[in-house]
Design a protein around this ligand. Structure first.
Ligand code: NDP
Length: 484
């Protein structure tokens, strides 16, 4: 009996210990980090300037959802919007699977998320992070102008970038008939014949966006079947001017220097040339991890590896969310959920360090304050009289920013253009022109795509670009037209 009691007590003790151990392990996994390294301390953080408690790199659904939860959790949150504010969702048209809304524009989802995050106190800055140093803490992020900020936690939400074909002529004719954005450029291909390359949902979506404008959109699928979902393929039945060709690949893109006019193809092994007015690529994506791979673990496809239960990466205090860490689902809703989880993980991480309102109050003067937040809006011109007055008669060179309302690259460039316009006030003038509303001017100045920047001096065109540029690149481009 005595022995039985001892055995029973020992069993209960062991079970309690095991349950306790499992409990701690689960808790640690759920808290988003296995432990807080000893050298992470708020005292150390406070010795630095330009502090950011929660820095979010990227502003798609993952980044903005993280910002919403971070800011709402009363954590000072900064979003570096990057080269493509709003991310890939701004390059899609209608979204029919955003939970709770039957049909909405991708750009509207982003606008709503951004507004909501800002209303909660998140600061969205039109800056791109050029370099990171994750080898010490706080983490150092370097901005385009080479200034640095010190982040206590980071959420990487840099998404993925559309893949290119890598065939001759692709780079040469990029923006001159070769593009990945039907929603931006479809109106410029009225009554034209275009090709969409790819066999996934994106290819179908691009073709559907083009259909109302073009004469014929032909989808080139490289194999004998499409990968697109049945639901998306069903939509094709309603579009009489979309056709599909299988087992066909482009081997070269050709043009007359100004614009694409044909493609060399191989169809079922036979080579030929096909006259064409535009090529839209929709062949998948690559994760944007180049900045981080010296520090962070990635999988064999280059996607950031996460802990099983959280958004924690291989470095404590750094979390990842959205397509940069997800090659499986790649859905806006999933990215948003990831962002929420990442912000909750980061918040918990900060709280474990002792971060609270008192710390913010005491060291507020050490926090990073973005310079580019209060920029002036660009003046818009829409008539010939305005063009004459503001451009032809202007003593300063003028940069005309051609845009359309639903062009994501235009939306992404605008804050950068506005920031530079303010910086260079008195040296060069910036104006914006809606290329569809003031189509007469777009045609007169031969604007084939948006965004396009046309630089004019004394009524003559002196430069143009349709590249999407970051702040430094744009400054470099514009500076060449400023008289010394
Ligand atoms: P996918 O990876 O699904 O498809 C890429 C397609 O491009 C495949 O058909 C692939 O061919 C083809 N491809 C790849 N490389 C080449 C090449 N060099 N030449 C020719 N063809 C090539 O990417 P998507 O962007 O279409 O979709 C990504 C994710 O986003 C998916 O999960 C999709 O469901 C989702 N999505 C959802 C939408 C919606 O619901 N409205 C809209 C758009 C995307 P192969 O099949 O032979 O590999």
């Amino acid at each position: 009996m005595y022995n039985k009691n001892i055995i029973l007590t020992a069993l209960i003790a062991c079970t309690t210990l095991i349950i306790g151990y499992i409990g701690i392990t689960i808790h640690r996994r759920q808290s988003g980090h296995t432990s807080t390294p000893a050298h992470y301390s708020l005292k150390t953080l406070a010795t630095h300037n330009n502090i950011i408690p929660l820095a979010i790199i990227g502003s798609g659904p993952a980044g903005l959802s993280a910002a919403l939860y971070g800011a709402r959790g009363k954590i000072h949150t900064i979003v570096f919007e990057g080269k493509q504010p709003g991310g890939q969702l701004t390059t899609t048209s209608y979204v029919e699977n955003w939970p709770g809304i039957s049909k909405t524009l991708g750009t509207d989802i982003i606008k709503g998320l951004r507004k909501q995050a800002q209303e909660c106190g998140a600061l969205c800055v039109p800056e791109t992070i050029k370099q990171v140093n994750f080898s010490s803490w706080p983490f150092v992020l370097t901005l385009e102008d080479k200034s640095t900020v010190h982040a206590a936690t980071v959420v990487i939400a840099t998404g993925a970038t559309p893949k290119k074909l890598g065939v001759p002529g692709e780079q040469e004719y990029w923006g001159k008939g070769v593009t990945t954005c039907a929603i931006c450029d479809a109106p410029f291909f009225k009554n034209n014949n275009v090709i969409v390359v790819g066999g996934g949902d994106s290819a179908i979506e691009e073709a559907l966006q083009l259909a109302p404008y073009v004469k014929q959109a032909t989808i080139f699928v490289r194999s004998s079947q499409m990968r697109a979902s049945a639901a998306m393929q069903e939509h094709l039945k309603d579009a009489a001017n979309i056709n599909i060709r299988y087992n066909v690949k482009i081997t070269a893109i050709k043009g007359d220097d100004k614009f694409v006019h044909s493609v060399d193809i191989e169809e079922n092994g036979t080579a030929s040339t096909m006259p064409i007015d535009g090529v839209f690529l929709a062949i998948g994506h690559e994760p944007n991890t180049t900045l981080f791979t010296p520090y962070i673990a990635v999988d064999t496809n280059g996607y950031i590896t996460l802990s099983t239960a959280t958004q924690a990466t291989s470095i404590p205090g750094i979390f990842a969310a959205g397509d940069v860490a997800d090659h499986r689902y790649r859905q806006a809703g999933v990215a948003s959920g990831d962002g929420i989880k990442a912000a909750l993980d980061a918040s918990e991480f900060l709280r474990a360090l002792g971060y609270n309102a008192d710390f913010e109050k005491e060291y507020l003067n050490k926090f990073y304050t973005p310079l580019s937040l209060n920029t002036k809006k660009l003046q818009k011109i829409g008539t010939n009289d305005e063009f004459t007055k503001e451009v032809t008669e202007s003593p300063l060179p003028v940069v005309l920013d051609f845009y359309t309302d639903y062009c994501p690259s235009c939306l992404q460039m605008l804050p950068t253009v506005e920031a530079i316009a303010q910086e260079l006030e008195g040296k060069i003038k910036f104006l914006k022109v809606n290329a569809l509303e003031f189509n007469e001017l777009a045609e007169k100045l031969e604007v084939p795509t948006v965004p396009t920047l046309v630089v004019m001096s004394k009524g003559a065109i002196v430069g143009r670009t349709h590249d999407v540029m970051n702040k430094q690149e744009l400054l470099h481009f514009v500076n060449q037209f400023i008289q010394a």
